[in-house]
Design a protein around this ligand. Structure first.
Ligand code: F6P
Length: 334
């Protein structure tokens, strides 16, 4: 049996742990060969790959990023892309192609199976935690830890200056990182895309807090946040945390500073939780290949590893639990 894999979309901590697991299990338990395509779908289309053995993947579980490289985009973006993927699968006699990716890559993998009968299997990853069908993705917990550490540090500098610190976190159209890091870091306010913000309410929360003698506010803003007032959407577009910081300073009179954590949240060592989840996904992915469960992805459901059709990811975003968010806001924020 020959199993190929690729990593697609934005990198995230834990990818190397999946690669290592697939190689080890395929070789030691299944006697199967593994191939790693370089640079996501580019490597498939151009047939750039490495035959991977256990020795090639020793010691990589703690390493961030992906030893295979990754790119955005896929074969449907190129004229002969799908035909090139079909050719690679045939030329290299692949029994399965494991696609380790987020919503974009999993949608591509799903279409390649549904529309072209290619033997794809999915492994969901992303710091955004926004893949439908799984309770969690690896990479998320590491990003939350990095953001929480940053918030903890920002509290002390904010306190020393009686300032407002606005922290922008990633997450695209979902507020998972903002919500979890905001809870863990004891944020003054948490702004998520799922609940458009009202700048006057935010101002009130911050003003009340400082007026009550607290010397710091940390406002966590998800990059995809938008204002409730639709006439203001363009004002905040592409710059939401910076404009919130400016507005809070102008409206409250307290100095505000902005920290955009950006790609720091994607880099470096995965937490042990993410390494374990990535390893569990890798083990299950090999089983899915051996059982020829094409079109399926391995997922986490109620703590157990299960399967879901990759079709459910198509054009979807898994958003936060608004009940938890509202409960947190009502109990802690301000
Ligand atoms: O999907 C992961 C993610 O880090 C998002 O949170 C963010 O919006 C996006 O990727 C950034 O993409 P890029 O690395 O291509 O700038």
């Amino acid at each position: 049996m020959r199993i190929a894999m690729l990593t697609g979309g934005g990198d995230c901590p834990g990818l190397n742990a999946v690669i290592r697991t697939i190689v080890r299990k395929a070789e030691t338990q299944m006697g199967a060969e593994t191939i790693g395509f370089y640079d996501s779908w580019d490597g498939v289309v151009e047939q750039r790959y490495a035959l991977l053995k256990t020795n090639d993947v020793r010691g990589i579980a703690p390493r961030g990023g992906t030893i295979l490289g990754t790119r955005r985009g896929g074969p449907f973006d190129k004229k002969s892309g799908v035909a090139d993927v079909q050719r690679a699968v045939a030329d290299l006699q692949l029994d399965a192609l494991v696609v380790i990716g987020g919503n974009g890559s999993l949608t591509v993998a799903s279409r390649l199976f549904e529309e072209h009968g290619l033997p794809t299997i999915g492994v969901p990853k992303t710091i955004d935690n926004d893949v439908v069908g799984t309770d969690s993705t690896f990479g998320f917990q590491t990003a939350v830890q990095i953001a929480t550490d940053a918030i903890d540090r920002l509290h002390t500098t904010a306190e020393s200056h009686d300032r407002i610190l606005v922290v922008e976190v990633m997450g695209r159209d979902a507020g998972w990182i903002a919500l979890h890091a905001g809870i863990a870091g004891g944020a003054t306010a948490i702004v998520v895309p799922e609940d458009p913000f009202d700048i006057e309410t935010l101002t009130e929360i911050v003003r009340r807090r400082h007026d009550n003698g607290r010397y710091a506010s940390v406002v966590v803003v998800a990059e995809g946040a938008t204002p409730r007032d639709k006439s203001q959407v363009d004002v905040y577009k592409g710059n939401v945390s910076a404009v919130i910081a400016q507005e809070l300073q102008a409206r409250t009179g307290y100095e505000a500073r902005l920290v955009q954590l950006g790609h720091l949240q994607r880099g470096g060592t995965p937490t042990s939780y993410d390494r374990v989840l990535a390893t569990r996904f890798g083990l299950a992915a090999v089983d899915a290949c051996v059982n020829r469960e094409y079109g399926q992805m391995v997922v986490l459901r109620c703590g157990e590893i299960a399967r879901a059709s990759m079709k459910v990811t198509s054009g979807q975003t898994r958003t936060i639990n608004l009940d938890l968010y509202r409960d947190i806001v009502a109990s802690f924020v301000g």
